[in-house]
Write a protein that binds this ligand. Structure first.
Ligand SMILES: Nc1ncnc2c1ncn2[C@@H]1O[C@H](COP(=O)(O)OP(=O)(O)OP(=O)(O)O)[C@@H](O)[C@H]1O
Ligand SMILES: [Mg+2]
Length: 308
């Protein structure tokens, strides 16, 4: 299996709890909180390990939450390299309201990263991606990390001969798209924003994806479509992959599980179409469990076989 490195600029310690009801001004009795290491690239590495693969998660973290984050990743047997920062790693809150069966995702801002820390991260990344076949950069950026961080990482990955995969949004996605990316995984909203539209429907999706391929020079686009599955868009071909129908409990972690499934199969030597199909199975598998749970290999394998 080829070596996979994931990059997370803005990891978060995810704290999940359940409240009987969400009422103002009352002390709300919460269930025992569950802590999980989160953030795009870290979740991709965790899901790859769940799928039987291996990946090294490289991430910026600091403070007591950063240390706890590192311990949680070690406990999950995810190989990881923490690049230290002085700021305290953020803690996100995932609140499940048991009376309405609604889930709330409270996303905190990341810690400030200094210019020296960012410079140091770039130097380390050069060495850490040297023998990688795939480098997956995913998630948001903390304050202090420049908007072109994904393209900087992409250039380093490319110089080291690795295929670079990006899953992010907004300005960082725009700036990443032309940095020699192997594939981008935007969802519909992200693809629309990338092409300057409010929303995309029908054939507009294919046109927008092909416009990105023509203008930016990445090899593929995997456009994820939620319950409708995904589209693998190449310059001259489009493949539509229907997602299997399951009872959806929570879609949190679906995108990360999908990227993990695709890269796991690519690293094992599968072609891109089979890999994306497996990615769809993994994304759907993640929706079968509550909260922030990522895909499980047995669910993903059953769904993949059912897709024919
Ligand atoms: N409701 C659903 N039913 C079945 N499969 C789903 C559903 N939602 C998501 N998926 C699966 O997960 C994949 C990725 O989902 P989606 O397009 O929602 O990504 P995303 O918006 O990037 O998600 P995230 O919020 O995790 O970043 C889909 O291609 C599909 O395979
Ligand atoms: Mg996503």
């Amino acid at each position: 299996m080829k070596r996979i490195v994931t990059i997370t600029f803005n990891p978060a310690l995810d704290k999940s709890t359940v409240v009987p009801a969400l009422l103002p001004d009352k002390k709300l009795k919460c269930s025992v909180p569950v802590f999980q290491p989160g953030g795009g690239g870290v979740n991709v590495a965790r899901a790859i390990v769940k799928l039987g693969g291996t990946a090294t998660a490289v991430y910026l973290a600091g403070g007591h939450t950063g240390a706890f984050f590192h311990d949680l990743l070690e406990a999950e047997l995810v190989a990881s390299i923490r690049i230290p920062i002085a700021g305290i790693t953020r803690e996100n809150l995932i609140l499940y309201n048991n009376s309405t069966k609604e889930q709330f995702l409270l996303d905190m801002p990341g810690p400030q990263v200094t210019q020296e820390e960012w410079q140091h991260f770039q130097l380390r990344l050069e060495a850490l991606t040297r023998d990688a076949a795939f480098v997956v950069a995913s998630g948001s950026l903390p304050p202090g990390v420049p908007a072109n961080a994904f393209s900087v990482a992409g250039r380093i990955a490319q110089q080291n001969g690795a295929a670079f995969v990006v899953d992010t949004s907004g300005e960082p996605l725009k700036l990443a798209a032309n940095s020699g990316v192997y594939f981008l995984k935007p969802n519909l909203g992200e693809l629309a924003a990338l092409t300057g539209k409010d929303k995309l429907t029908g054939e507009e999706v294919v046109h927008a994806a092909q416009q990105v391929l023509d203008q930016e020079g990445c090899e593929f686009l995997v456009v994820s479509l939620g319950a409708a599955g995904a589209m693998l868009v190449e310059r001259k071909k489009v493949h539509r992959i229907q997602a299997p129908v399951v009872k959806r409990l929570s879609t949190v972690g679906a995108g990360d599980s999908m990227v993990a499934g695709i890269v796991t199969k690519l690293a094992a030597g599968e072609d891109i179409l089979q890999a994306v199909k497996y990615g769809v199975a993994c994304g759907t598998a993640a929706t079968m469990h509550p909260g922030t749970t990522l895909c499980k290999q047995e669910d993903a394998d059953v769904l993949f076989r059912s897709m024919g």
